[in-house]
Design a protein around this ligand. Structure first.
Ligand code: PEP
Ligand code: MG
Length: 325
C-alpha cells in the first residue's frame, strides 16, 4: 500500500544479490523538483527543457533559460541533473512554428529534435550558453534528442565548443566540464550506437520514440495504439544491443522512456543489463519495490531468451514464468 511504499523513500535501491541500481526522475518544469525529492530520486535523468518553449508566443532568452536550469540544478543540491536540449516538433509544436513545419506531411520524420537545433543554430547556441552557465551551480549534463548519425554528434559537439568560445570572449563564467550525452531513440542510432558512444559521455534510451520508429506506430494515434508494444522482440533486441554495447564500452546507459517506469518491465530491463532508470517521479517507489525483490542471478540468464523470442506473447510468458517460479 501507499504508506508502506512511502517508507521505501530512503531505502537504497539494491537487488537481492547486492547490485546497486540508480533511480532517477523525469521532469518538465523546475517546479517538479519537489516531487523528485519527495520520492527519493538520486537525481534528474531527463529534464525536458522544451516545455519552456511551449504555450507561448515568444522565445525564452538566455537569461530566462539560465534561471530555469539553474533553479533545477540548485534545487537538486549537487545531485546529477541531465537536461535535454530542445526537443520540439513531432508531438510538441511551439506556437511560433511556421506553416511549413506544422503542415509537414510526416512531422515525426521531419525537422525535429536535434535536427531543428542544427537547422536553427541561434536557437541552439542561446540554449547551450544558458546550460553551460547553469553548469556552474551543480552537476549538470546535456542530453541531445533524436540523434540518427555520427555526423550529428560531431555537429553538436562543435556547437558546444563554439558556445564556450563565445562565453569566454564575453568574459562570462561557465562550466567547462559539462558532459554531453545522446538519446538513443531512432533505430538507426541504436544499431550504430557503438560508433556514437565514442564521442558521447553517456547515452539514454528514449523508448517512447524508439518503439514508435521501430514498429512504425504513431505513439499518439489511438487507431494503432494496440500495435504499440514495448514487449515486441524487435524493440527489446535494440534495447538489449544498446545496453550491452554501452556496458562493454563502460559508457553509462539509462532508459528514460516510459518503459523505465513500467513495473511490468523492471525485471526485463534488469535482465538486459540495465542499471540506471529514469522515470516519472510517481513511479519511482513502485519500481524500487520490484528491484528490492529481484535477483540478478536469476534474471541475467533470461536475456538471450527474451531477445530471441519470436513474439511479444513469448516474452510475456517468460516474465510470467518468473513470477510463478
Ligand atoms: C522517449 O522518446 O522515450 C523520451 C524519453 O522522450 P519524449 O517522450 O519526450 O519524446
Ligand atoms: Mg523522445
Amino acid at each position: 500500500d501507499r504508506k508502506k511504499l512511502k517508507g521505501l523513500k530512503s531505502t537504497a535501491a539494491v537487488t537481492l544479490d547486492g547490485t546497486a541500481i540508480e533511480l532517477l526522475a523525469n521532469i518538465e518544469t523546475p517546479g517538479d523538483v519537489e516531487h523528485v525529492k519527495a520520492n527519493g530520486a538520486a537525481g534528474v535523468g531527463l529534464y525536458r527543457s522544451e516545455f519552456l518553449f511551449l504555450g507561448r508566443d515568444d522565445l525564452p532568452d538566455e537569461e530566462e533559460q539560465y534561471r530555469a536550469y539553474r533553479a533545477v540544478v540548485e534545487g537538486m543540491k549537487g545531485m546529477p541533473v541531465t537536461i535535454r536540449t530542445i526537443d520540439l516538433g513531432r508531438d510538441k509544436m511551439p506556437k511560433w512554428a511556421d506553416e511549413e513545419a506544422i503542415s509537414a506531411p510526416n512531422p515525426a520524420l521531419s525537422l525535429t529534435g536535434v535536427r531543428l537545433c542544427l537547422a536553427e543554430p541561434h536557437l541552439f547556441r542561446t540554449q547551450l550558453r544558458a546550460l553551460l552557465r547553469a553548469g556552474l551551480h551543480g552537476d549538470l549534463k546535456l542530453l541531445v534528442p533524436m540523434l540518427a548519425s555520427l555526423a550529428e554528434v560531431s555537429q553538436v559537439l562543435f556547437h558546444v565548443e563554439q558556445a564556450k568560445e563565445a562565453l569566454r570572449e564575453d568574459g562570462v563564467a561557465f562550466a567547462d566540464n559539462v558532459e554531453v550525452g545522446g538519446m538513443i531513440e531512432v533505430p538507426g542510432a541504436a544499431l550504430t550506437v557503438g560508433h556514437l558512444l565514442r564521442k558521447l559521455d553517456f547515452v539514454s534510451i528514449g523508448t517512447n520514440d524508439l518503439i514508435q520508429y521501430t514498429l512504425a506506430v504513431d505513439r499518439g494515434d489511438d487507431s494503432v495504439s494496440h500495435l504499440y508494444d514495448p514487449f515486441h522482440p524487435a524493440v527489446l533486441g535494440l534495447i538489449g544491443h544498446v545496453i550491452r554495447t554501452a556496458n562493454q564500452a563502460d559508457v553509462p546507459v539509462s532508459v528514460c522512456g516510459e518503459m523505465a517506469g513500467d513495473v511490468r518491465l523492471t525485471q526485463l530491463l534488469l535482465a538486459l543489463g540495465l542499471r540506471r532508470f529514469s522515470m516519472h517521479p510517481a513511479q519511482l517507489l513502485n519500481v524500487k519495490q520490484i528491484i528490492l525483490n529481484s535477483d540478478l542471478k536469476l534474471l541475467a540468464p533470461l536475456a538471450s531468451e527474451i531477445e530471441q523470442a519470436p513474439d511479444a506473447d513469448r516474452v510475456r510468458a517468460l516474465l510470467d514464468g518468473l513470477d510463478a517460479g
